[in-house]
Design a protein around this ligand. Structure first.
Ligand SMILES: C[S@@+](CC[C@H](N)C(=O)[O-])C[C@H]1O[C@@H](n2cnc3c(N)ncnc32)[C@H](O)[C@@H]1O
Length: 185
């Protein structure tokens, strides 16, 4: 990662710790696991909480065209950086809770770098309901977490009928993390 991305991330972490809730941008190993199942021949990808673009880069490295990737980020400084770093990327400065309003269909996956566990049940519900509206049948909501439990609360999982698969623990990340893939039954 370029030192300028790291400096921007750290500056915003000091200013808005409750929105970022991470010690550092996600590692390349974690980003590769998050994007491992993406397929350039399928529909668009929606990214939530793009930050300085660690996961965005892995989405594009997986062969997804920038025009086919929609990255949602609420922090204006991060949005400016994403626009200059990834020409052609669709950058939406908005809350992830409104992702269901994007005029998209047949989305293959929603890939999230959001601090979901620190969010209210209402905001989680809005985000996961948006996912359910956008995604093509069988599509996943991909989310990393540092903790031992699924990063979507039971109430929201039950309401939306979500089941999940989880990855092995990825030690090469600060802190170590797992990737969950949620889908609707
Ligand atoms: C842990 S950082 C992840 C950054 C990057 N995706 C990565 O993995 O390194 C969380 C990001 O989510 C953004 N964020 C937090 N709440 C949000 C919300 N409600 N809507 C959109 N973005 C949000 C923050 O501004 C921050 O960029």
């Amino acid at each position: 990662m370029a030192s300028s991305e790291f400096a921007l991330f750290m500056g915003q972490l000091l200013r808005r710790p409750h929105q970022i809730v991470a010690l550092a941008p996600s590692s390349a190993v974690l980003c590769a696991e998050m994007t491992r199942e993406l397929d350039p021949t399928r529909g668009p990808v929606v990214e939530l909480g793009a930050g300085t673009g660690s996961i965005t880069k892995a989405i594009l490295d997986a062969g997804i065209a920038p025009e086919n990737c929609h990255s949602i980020e609420m922090n204006p400084g991060f949005c400016d950086r994403l626009r200059s770093r990834f020409p052609g990327l669709n950058v939406h400065q908005m809350s992830a809770g409104e992702c269901g309003t994007l005029p998209l269909s047949g989305v293959q996956a929603v890939v999230s770098g959001l601090p979901l566990l620190s969010m209210s049940t209402k905001l989680q519900r809005d985000i996961l309901s948006g996912f359910a509206k956008l995604v093509a049948p069988g599509g996943d909501y991909v989310q990393f977490t540092y903790g031992p439990k699924p990063p979507v609360t039971k109430a929201v999982r039950d309401e939306l009928g979500l089941t999940w698969r989880k990855s092995h623990k990825i030690w090469w990340n600060m802190p170590p993390a797992r990737v969950y893939r949620f889908s609707q039954e």
